[in-house]
Each structure stands twice: as structure tokens, then as C-alpha cells.
Design a protein around this ligand. Structure first.
Ligand SMILES: [Mg+2]
Length: 135
């Protein structure tokens, strides 16, 4: 039982300067997201030549996106709908996105954040539809 004067671990008061440091640490920690945890996980399953990582991940990403498209194509052709298989292919796509980001030395959360900012800007400027990477 915590009594009135017992310190609660992590809640000790060491002055305002220390509080600012703690908040900065918290902000840094909070930027580490599930995206980054997943990206770290992919480190242990990345088996490809280190000196060809960017090429390897780009080709793998295109290949897995093709596998996903293939499942959708078969749905049209055969009338089959296999969401489990499609989700599995999306997972493969995600793995390659995470590895490609790692090859570019960026966190996966930064990739997601930049994409959010780009889409927010396009939405605000009413240019979500249309063409061009830099609209
Ligand atoms: Mg696959």
C-alpha cells in the first residue's frame, strides 16, 4: 500500500529542469511505434546480400505486390474470394516495405508519417485526385 509520503517509482520530483528532460525522453519513446517494432523484427528475417539490399527489396516489393494482384485477378477469373491469402500477401508487401525503408536508413514510422502529411496536404488543397507525385 502506498502511504502519503511514499515515492511512486517514476513520479519522483527532481525539479522543473528534470521534468523537461523526462518529457523529452517520453516524446522520443512515444515516436517508437508498432511500425518501428515491426521493422526491427524484420532485421532477424532479412536474408539477402547486404550490398544489394535496396535492389533486392525493391524487386521483392514489386513481386509481392504482384502476388497480391494475382489473388485479386483469380477472384475475378474464378469467382473465388480468399481474404486470408490476400492478407498474407499484404503481409509480404509490408515486410518488403519495412526492409526497403531500412535500406534507406529511415524508420517505418517516418515513412507512414510522411505519407500522412502528404495526404493531409492534398486533402486540404483538394488535390487528392489527379496526377503527379508533387501535387
Ligand atoms: Mg507472397
Amino acid at each position: 500500500m502506498i502511504k502519503e509520503h511514499d515515492l511512486v517509482p517514476g513520479m519522483e520530483y527532481y525539479g522543473d529542469d528534470h521534468y523537461d528532460v523526462q518529457m523529452k525522453d517520453f516524446e522520443e519513446v512515444s515516436q517508437y511505434t508498432f511500425f518501428d517494432a515491426y521493422q526491427d523484427f524484420t532485421d532477424d528475417t532479412a536474408i539477402y546480400p547486404e550490398d544489394r539490399g535496396l535492389e533486392y527489396t525493391a524487386l521483392g516489393l514489386a513481386s509481392e505486390a504482384g502476388e497480391f494482384a494475382g489473388k485479386v485477378k483469380k477472384m475475378i477469373r474464378d469467382g473465388t474470394y480468399n481474404s486470408d491469402a490476400m492478407v498474407a500477401e499484404l503481409g509480404d508487401v509490408l515486410w518488403y516495405v519495412a526492409r526497403a525503408a531500412a535500406e534507406l536508413d529511415v524508420h517505418l514510422s517516418d515513412v507512414a508519417q510522411e505519407n500522412v502529411e502528404k495526404l493531409k496536404s492534398r486533402k486540404d488543397r483538394n488535390v487528392l485526385s489527379g496526377e503527379g507525385d508533387n501535387r
